[in-house]
Design a protein around this ligand. Structure first.
Ligand code: ADP
Length: 173
């Protein structure tokens, strides 16, 4: 158990939030006093959802946690963490494939701000295959991802990929 007076930042793209992210929020959130889930604004990737949409989905998904807040940032994560008075950067590790990049980022962040510690949570087995990327791919091809993402995310994915199905009333061609 970490010191419960800690503030942690959980950064990511969250494009969109999945149940795997939510599990990290739930488990990581139990160890700290305050958890800031922070959406990276300047990601080089082309996101499916805008920052505003991602924040809306996250805010909805964590609404029942009084000590979890949603924010966004650009620039260096450690600078954002420092500004927010955070002691800990929280990240999730699924497979060995996550390890190398996470290791590199954690060591670089420690070099930049030695007082901020990166803490990793191992993904739960049932979520260890789950990524925003694979969820988007499956949803785009019409697959059911309702057990992998919060309900509001599932709705948005359907609206994004199947707009005609949702906007056509039953029985109308
Ligand atoms: P990034 O673009 O920074 O990888 P993501 O939003 O995909 O951002 O992920 C944020 C963090 O959550 C990363 O540390 C990632 O490894 C972790 N994560 C993503 N999916 C899962 C999952 N299914 N279980 C546990 N951790 C996860």
């Amino acid at each position: 158990m970490l010191d419960s007076s800690l503030i942690a930042i959980y950064p990511g793209s969250f494009d969109p939030i999945t149940n795997g992210h939510l599990d990290v929020i739930e488990r990581g959130g139990r160890m700290v006093e305050r958890l800031v889930v922070a959406v990276l604004r300047n990601a080089g990737k082309q996101p499916l959802f805008s920052v505003q949409e991602r924040i809306a989905m996250l805010t909805d998904a964590v609404a029942h946690y009084a000590h979890v807040e949603v924010a966004s940032f650009d620039g260096l994560l450690v600078d954002f963490a420092f500004e927010r008075g955070a002691d800990v950067i929280l990240r999730g590790i699924r497979a060995i494939s996550d390890y190398e990049l996470e290791w590199q980022m954690a060591l670089m962040n420690r070099r930049l701000r030695p007082r901020i510690e990166t803490v990793f949570l191992m993904a739960r087995e049932e979520y260890s295959f789950l990524s925003s990327h694979i969820v988007k791919e499956v949803a785009q091809l019409g697959g059911d991802v309702s057990s992998m993402v919060p309900p509001a995310v599932n709705r948005r994915l359907q609206e994004r990929f199947r707009p005609t199905l949702r906007s056509t009333p039953t029985g109308v061609k």
